[in-house]
Design a binder for this molecule. Structure first.
Ligand code: ZN
Length: 217
């Protein structure tokens, strides 16, 4: 497998290493790390730096009740049911996503946006952010849309291109608020991506007018 050429923004890796990145974005970064030795090394280094900073802080006295609360939380975490593992090497999804979804693409339900372009019925959301899967048939186009907030795509199968570049397995495409782009799947195979958004997409043009009003084709 080739090494990814497009990575999450450095500040996302920093927040991820510090444990302060929001849940949905963390899922995408964790999935990217499964493909990317460079970002894994950076996160390891950042975590080590964070550990040194923490160890340099003077100790703070804590109450007995806080200690008890912490132990209760640890018990709760340990008691949580473990996700059902999928046999290694047989899943299309990297580990963190495999655990979050619990099924392979063929077992999921899909909602058609336009011919050749589907979104998974599976999704997660937390606050204003949400994630689902985007599936594009060979050569298909995602309808023109702009973003009411940021969007990230992680390619897990095939590839696509837009005005900003070509993205292959393991790559992360990031779009800022209001950035229009026109993604086209590679012609030689299906493209499957993890799609993370902070707000719903707004499709533009006549097709967008229909889609934004709930029409399906
Ligand atoms: Zn990377």
């Amino acid at each position: 497998m080739t090494v990814p050429a497009h990575h999450p923004a450095p500040e996302l890796l920093l927040d991820y290493a510090a444990g302060s990145l929001r849940e949905v974005q963390s899922l995408l970064v964790a999935a990217h790390l499964a493909y990317c030795p460079d970002c894994r090394a950076q996160v390891t280094e950042l975590e080590a730096c964070g550990g040194v900073l923490l160890s340099d802080l003077p100790p703070e006295p804590v109450s007995d009740s806080l200690f008890g609360t912490l132990m209760t939380r640890l018990d709760t975490t340990i008691a949580a049911p473990a996700p059902v593992p999928t046999p290694a090497g047989k899943s299309l999804f990297p580990g963190p996503l495999r655990r979050a979804i619990g099924a392979e693409p063929e077992a999921l339900e899909w909602v058609r946006v336009v011919p050749g372009v589907h979104l998974s019925a599976w999704g997660v959301s937390a606050g204003t952010a949400s994630a689902c899967l985007l599936r594009m048939a060979p050569g298909s186009r995602v309808p023109a849309h702009r973003h009411t907030d940021s969007e990230m795509l992680l390619v897990m199968k095939g590839g696509f291109s837009d005005e900003f570049g070509a993205y292959r397995v393991g790559d992360v495409a990031s779009y800022d608020t209001g950035t229009p782009h026109h993604a086209v799947a590679d012609a030689d195979g299906e493209c499957l991506c993890l799609l993370v958004q902070d707000q719903p997409l707004v499709f533009t043009g006549l097709l967008g007018w229909l889609l934004n009003r709930g029409f399906r084709f």
